[in-house]
Design a protein around this ligand. Structure first.
Ligand SMILES: Cc1ncc(COP(=O)(O)O)c(C=O)c1O
Length: 397
């Protein structure tokens, strides 16, 4: 007898990037040399002292469960980092999770109610739509999936007409935010655009959030990776402390994707509610990984600076190469992504570029930005040059 699948999973689409990775793997299996500009992880090793801290913690026997919300040393180090960003938090305001993705999952499950009969947390018998969540497009693909898993309804504001800047899009945001908006997700620096939102833009968001009593998720996972700009943490703005959940993690800044370590911070009441979900689902993040996280936060300044410098040089190189090819690309100020305007439909452009030039990129439409391809410059300068050359030679630029 076929199984019955819950609405909460059947309404989520598989990741659109899967088609590209599957095709890339197929080509590689056939012996092709694919320049992979589709990856969302730094191409640097985890700093050695962090690896050693993890090994030492294992040797010291830190292999059992920890306090559900995370070891006190790590939550203290995280609170110190958040204090430095202007957020007045202590260890009691933090939950450590296996990756920032899990943080976002716990937050959406904790804050979003589903529509009757659809969401995992449908309320009573009254007829209502799922809680409304506003996304700024282009947006990282998992936000949509997580909102759908929680049964929420999505409203989207498109930043593409403004070169992905938020400030000129504030009137559009004002048009869609209302008293029925439950949550707004802001990701700066942004995946996929690399945009870093200005203080004026963030203040505009704050004004709307306060006016309509909206909770804001500030995903700052790329916050350490910025060029010539020092981004403001949204929760540090006046009036935002009680309505912001700040998300961050170790994957990007410290090149620790496979370690699975992230966290979120917010008002204690939120931590109490989300903490129930956290303890009943994952129990805790991996013990020795949390110890490595303390080392990453406290002793990696040079390693992070070197990584960010390398990303900046690669960004500049790509911008030059595209300018030489006559393509105007919005300049990203952070993260390690760039949005390349391509011929529509972008899914066909990306498939073609992979098949003909063996260059892997992700279609912008996967992020709500048709007409673009997302390029990751977590690749060496040599591979970036090779990738652009191949795109030009094959007539894709
Ligand atoms: C915007 C954004 N937030 C969160 C994450 C989750 O990162 P992790 O679960 O590895 O900490 C990612 C990873 O790609 C991301 O791009």
């Amino acid at each position: 007898m076929p199984m019955h699948y819950a609405d909460r999973v059947t309404r989520v689409e598989p990741s659109a990037t899967l088609a590209i990775s599957a095709l890339a793997s197929e080509l590689e299996a056939e012996g092709a040399d694919v320049v992979d500009l589709s990856v969302g992880e730094p191409d640097f090793p985890t700093p050695e002292n962090v690896v050693e801290a993890g090994q030492d913690a294992m040797d010291a026997g830190h292999t059992g469960y920890t306090t559900s919300n995370g070891i006190p040393e790590l939550r203290e180090a995280i609170a110190d980092k958040l204090q430095a960003d202007g957020l007045n938090y202590g260890p009691e305001n933090v939950i450590v999770t296996p990756g920032a993705k899990q943080s976002l999952y716990e937050i959406t499950q904790t804050l979003i109610d589903g529509a009757d009969g659809q969401g995992p947390s449908a309320r009573g018998t009254s007829s209502r739509a799922g809680d409304e969540v506003v996304l700024l497009d282009p947006a990282w693909v998992s936000y949509e999936a997580m909102v759908k898993l929680a049964g929420g309804s999505l409203v989207r504001v498109d930043l593409s007409p403004y070169d992905f800047r938020l400030e000129p899009a504030l009137p559009d945001l004002e048009n869609v935010i209302s008293d029925s908006t439950e949550l707004l997700i802001v990701n700066s620096p942004s995946n996929p655009t690399g945009a870093v939102y200005t203080d004026a833009a963030l203040e505009g968001v704050r004004d709307l959030a306060v006016e309509h009593d909206v909770t804001v998720v500030a995903d700052e996972i790329y916050g350490e990776i910025t060029y010539d700009t020092d981004p403001t943490s949204l929760g540090s703005l006046d009036g935002m402390a009680e309505r912001t959940v700040t998300v961050n993690g170790f994957s990007k800044a410290y090149s620790m994707t496979g370690w699975r370590l992230g966290y979120f911070a917010g008002p204690e009441e939120l931590i109490d509610q989300a903490g129930k979900l956290h303890s009943h689902s994952v129990s805790c993040a991996t013990n020795f990984v949390q110890h490595a996280g303390v080392e990453a936060l406290e002793h990696t300044e040079t390693a992070v600076d070197e990584m960010v410098d390398a990303f900046e040089q690669r960004r500049d190189l790509l911008l030059d190469l595209f300018a030489d090819a006559g393509v105007d690309v919005p300049t990203p100020d952070g993260a390690f992504y760039m949005m390349l305007p391509v011929e529509s439909p972008d899914t066909e452009w990306c498939e073609g570029a992979l098949e003909d030039a063996h260059v892997a990129t992700v279609p912008g439409s996967a992020f709500g930005a048709p007409g673009y391809a997302r390029l990751s410059y977590a690749a060496s300068e040599e591979r970036l040059r090779e990738g652009v050359e191949r795109l030009v030679d094959a007539g894709y630029l």
